[in-house]
Design a binder for this molecule. Structure first.
Ligand code: C2E
Ligand code: MG
Ligand code: MG
Ligand code: MG
Length: 280
């Protein structure tokens, strides 16, 4: 670092660097207010089976800031993860999801909902109890919730995460490994965890039919084989084309999620449905 610094110890920061840092500070401070003033909402993206039946949804957080406009979770979640804010956001998303779920149940929809759980959330000492008290509060059976964890979240504190997952699994909560194939978990880890599903990352799905050497397709094949070995099901995220869908179907992938079927939409969009819809 010393080599690059300017005279008098001043670091050289480019104009872009300043802008980025400003944006970072902006988001960090306004996020606190957003949590207080209920600016966060959720949208739901369907997950479909082989015949296009919607079997579940993934809840994705949205932030329409009064001052900043829409801010994507890709931008603010990593910032929230630096502090306790991610736990507050996690609880907000959980409450909104359970509320949607109880409305769906009333409307006669038989679905489960997946929510994203950050590494920092799952290692909180009160995580199990807060989850249990929320599902009790809304009267939702735990098996209707799929908790999505990334491989990175698993390996932060593998022993603690394992204990927590095993305890939650006893109550019926289920687990999906999100963005599978991009992290660092090993088969040895995965084997001892109560996992129901691997979620193939969009990164690999994107390249199906596009890469000339067929490497992406081979990786997808390998992930599907791994799922078989672990006796868990597979879902592919980011499915955008019928070619991708057909390839994945042909290789035995059980479920699919992506713009090909539907973008994430607010509850109101799905609310009129009286039975599980079929897409596209
Ligand atoms: P993720 O969990 O892997 O979610 C999938 C992302 O891909 C979502 O972006 C979704 O809108 C997008 N997507 C789905 N299908 C397609 C497709 O066919 N094409 C393309 N181009 N994109 C597709 P989103 O909503 O921006 O979320 C980004 C990430 O932010 C999520 O990745 C997740 O890691 C995180 N995130 C979102 N909501 C929450 C939350 O409530 N809690 C936590 N901890 N993280 C969240
Ligand atoms: Mg996810
Ligand atoms: Mg994902
Ligand atoms: Mg992803």
């Amino acid at each position: 670092r010393a080599k690059k610094s300017a005279p008098f110890g001043l670091c050289h920061i480019s104009e872009d660097g300043f802008k980025e840092f400003d944006r970072y500070l902006d988001i960090k401070s306004k996020l606190e207010q957003a949590i207080e003033s209920d600016e966060l909402s959720i949208v739901l993206q369907p997950q479909v089976t082989h015949d296009g039946t919607v079997s579940s949804f993934e809840a994705l957080v949205r932030w329409y800031s009064k001052e900043l406009g829409p801010v994507s979770p890709g931008e603010f979640i990593p910032i929230a993860e630096e502090s306790y804010a991610i736990c507050e956001i996690g609880d907000i998303v959980l409450r909104k999801t359970l509320n949607v779920m109880s409305n769906f149940v009333k409307a006669g929809l038989n679905t489960t909902i997946a929510i994203n759980i950050s590494a920092r959330q799952i290692v909180m000492p009160d995580f199990i109890n807060s989850l249990l008290s929320r599902v009790n509060q809304f009267g939702i059976p735990p098996h209707r919730l799929m908790l999505e964890l990334t491989e990175t979240a698993l390996v932060v504190d593998i022993e603690l995460v394992k204990e927590t997952m095993l305890e939650l699994a006893k109550f019926g909560f289920r687990f999906s490994i999100d963005d599978f194939g991009t992290g660092y978990s090993s088969l040895a880890y995965l084997k001892v965890l109560p996992i129901s599903e691997l979620k193939i990352d969009k990164y690999f799905v994107d390249d199906i039919g596009k890469d000339f050497d067929g490497k992406a397709a081979q990786i997808v094949d390998a992930i599907l084989e791994m799922a078989k070995a672990l006796n868990v099901t597979c879902i592919a995220e980011g499915v955008e084309t019928v070619e991708q869908l057909n390839y994945l179907k042909g290789k035995g992938c059980e479920r699919f999620q992506g713009y090909y079927f539907s973008r994430p939409e607010p509850e109101a969009y799905w609310a009129e449905l009286k039975q599980n819809p079929t897409l596209p």
